[in-house]
Write a protein that binds this ligand. Structure first.
Ligand code: ADP
Ligand code: MG
Length: 240
């Protein structure tokens, strides 16, 4: 099953709404946190236990708000020239301790991709990759394998496939995963993939997904070379 996605219109509306709600909720929450922490200082016995629960839940609310704000933040124009292969390697470094702890094998050979230069927003792409990798990890059992392949596509863009051997998804599930707040996890926020989709669209890229229940999932990300390509072609045939 393959689906190409385009919900950018509805996403920006939801994004704006999410941003204003997140802002409104953040202030009273800061007050709540302050008072809970104050009470924790003197609390004993059961009260201390209950306050810890309140504190933890406030923490969770805060991380949801953070993700909501990230989703709705307008994409800043902080583009630069960098190697996609090197960025992928760097982001995988962040995942390594988790991979070791959960006995997940990462299959990625970056040697030949030092030349995968693109002109894009590295910070945003880092967040995109982290979200995709995190989801893959969360879908896999110990012994799972995460396989990454980067290749040059016909139109001079780079294509990255990220395959996991996780629990996979049904056709119905795939139709919902890019919608804000859709999650199948008890502790999920459902904001990771909407962020991924929005960012890929903002940066002129694309994302597609194929999956099979109980076998695994493959996300395919296309990264345009963007201005790098334009710059080069401009130099080569400035008559155009
Ligand atoms: P969250 O991770 O908080 O649930 P996401 O937006 O990142 O939110 O993902 C939405 C849902 O998409 C997940 O809850 C899961 O059901 C599904 N999903 C995403 N990636 C995978 C994957 N690699 N394997 C299986 N299911 C996935
Ligand atoms: Mg996620």
């Amino acid at each position: 099953l393959r689906r190409q996605l385009d919900h950018s219109g509805s996403l920006s509306t939801v994004g704006q709404m999410a941003a204003s709600i997140a802002h409104e909720i953040r202030n009273p929450m800061t007050t709540l946190k302050g008072f809970v922490q104050l009470m924790e200082v003197t609390a004993t016995g059961d009260t201390a236990k209950y306050l810890q629960v309140v504190d933890d839940e406030l923490q969770r609310m805060e991380s949801i708000l953070k993700e909501m704000l990230m989703l709705s933040k307008p994409s800043e124009e902080k583009n630069s020239e960098f190697s996609l292969g090197v960025l992928i390697t760097k982001v995988l470094e962040i995942m390594k301790p988790k991979a070791m702890f959960e006995s997940i094998h990462i299959d990625w050979h970056d040697a030949s991709f030092c030349n995968s230069m693109i002109y894009s927003n590295a910070d945003k792409l880092k967040q995109v990759l982290l979200n995709i990798f995190k989801n893959a990890f969360e879908a896999m059992e110990p012994g799972g394998v995460l396989t990454l392949k980067l290749k040059k596509a016909e139109n001079d863009s780079f294509q990255l496939t990220v395959s996991d051997t996780g629990k996979g998804m049904s056709t119905v599930q795939i139709q919902s995963i890019f919608m804000p707040f859709f999650t199948s996890k008890p502790e999920g926020t459902g904001l990771g993939l909407p962020f991924v989709l929005k960012t890929m669209e903002d940066l002129g890229g694309a994302i597609a997904v194929t999956s099979k229940p109980d076998e695994g999932t493959t996300f395919t990300l296309a990264f345009p070379q963007n201005c790098l390509e334009q710059k080069t072609s401009f130099q080569h045939n400035s008559a155009n």
